[in-house]
Design a protein around this ligand. Structure first.
Ligand code: BG6
Length: 364
């Protein structure tokens, strides 16, 4: 049972620092600045031969797969992308021998992801799994993988499993990077960042009271936008997904750069925007685009780092700790879980079992 918590989602969100430590435990090699993932079942020669990485998952697992693709591209410099597993096999996908396929799933039982794995293997491709449930169908069908060690997750809305998926991708990207061109100094920099993460997630969770108050106001809106760019875009997609699935408000994710190509038409004082604005090479451009929202009196919530100059925007700030830029997405994601949770709580919804949704969809 959920113990002192009103829901499993709340319990599982607060378990994230401990869960994050478990997925990292025994897998970081500070001396060589790399990760050890024994379960991949690939030797160094096979690892070096990978020319592309294709990630497949559904729902939140798909969005975190997009974050994972960025990690692989940034750290290992291997072209990578994520696709909804539910779409993949219906377009007669071309399976290449030098592509590494990665299936991501908390339950390991999602039928769309399982059928994608079977399609790849039938055509001779190599698939590894990032899976939480040990011995699950997807784990058994894969050639190898990384168990996520998040512990049992009950709430439909994934929190600690999603965080550990992100960390699983960071470990994978680090290992792939270090057998290629990633320097030992960069490897050690990433390891130090990974070791700081559990404590920093704890710092974000400690802001729960302020986030609850803000969520109460967002819950009044019928419709919201979540926007971000590049590393921040999958964060926005995951944030919108969480918000809509448990608060039942319409929440739509957009690239901040695409606002002017459509959604600006809908901005008004009734339509809030939650914007992901980390301190990175895109901060000024992000802030510039948000001024277009401000000018139309659209309420703004900005998830950002301490000291970022928002150029006089009338915005509520949610400040998360800085890590290495590659690892920032997970710290930007955690406050969005709390916003969704507290909006749903305020609206009196069943947090753990949102209407029309199942924790794992095992029929097509
Ligand atoms: C969905 C759930 O149907 O399945 C989502 O509602 C979840 O919350 C998705 O992210 C994928 O589940 P799994 O178990 O494959 O990670």
């Amino acid at each position: 049972d959920a113990g002192e918590h009103d829901s499993f989602m709340h319990k599982e969100m607060l378990e994230q620092p401990a869960a994050a430590e478990r997925v990292l435990r025994g897998r970081l090699d500070e001396r060589f600045g790399t990760a050890h993932l024994g379960g991949l079942n690939m030797d160094a020669r096979e690892t070096r031969a990978i020319r592309r990485v294709k990630i497949l998952g559904c729902g939140s697992a798909y969005y975190v797969g997009q974050m994972g693709a960025s990690l692989v591209e940034e750290l290992a410099r291997i072209p990578a992308d994520a696709e909804a597993a539910s779409e993949f096999r219906y377009r007669n996908p071309i399976i290449e021998p030098d592509t590494l396929y990665v299936a991501v799933s908390q339950s390991g039982e999602t039928i769309d992801t399982l059928l994608a794995v079977q399609e790849i293997r039938r055509k001779g491709g190599r698939v590894i799994g990032l899976v939480n449930v040990v011995g699950s169908a997807i784990a058994r069908e894969c050639d190898g993988g990384i168990y996520l060690h998040a512990g049992p997750e009950v709430a439909v809305a994934s929190t600690k499993a999603l965080t550990n998926m992100f960390l699983g991708f960071a470990l994978l990207a680090l290992q792939l990077g270090r057998v290629r061109d990633l320097s030992i100094a960069d490897g050690r920099r990433l390891i130090a960042g990974l070791q700081r993460l559990p404590g920093q997630i704890e710092e974000v969770l400690a802001q729960e009271d302020a986030l609850a108050e803000l969520a109460g106001r967002l819950a009044e809106a019928e419709s919201l936008f979540f926007v971000g760019r590049v590393r921040g875009f999958p964060v926005a997609r995951e944030g919108a997904q969480k918000f809509k699935e448990i608060s039942y408000r319409h929440a739509e994710a957009y690239q901040t750069s695409e606002l002017k190509h459509g959604p600006l038409a809908l901005i008004s004082p009734e339509v809030p925007t939650v914007a992901i604005v980390p301190e990175d090479e895109l901060t000024d451009r992000n802030v510039g685009a948000l001024h277009e929202i401000d000018a139309r009196r659209g309420p703004l919530v900005v998830v950002t780092h301490d000291g970022v100059d928002l150029g006089g925007l009338a915005a509520e700030r949610i400040v998360v700790p800085r890590n290495e830029r590659e690892l920032d997405p997970i710290l930007l994601t955690v406050p969005l879980q709390l916003l969704a949770y507290h909006a749903a709580l305020r609206l009196g919804h069943d947090i753990d079992k949102p209407r029309n949704l199942a924790k794992s969809v095992t029929v097509e």
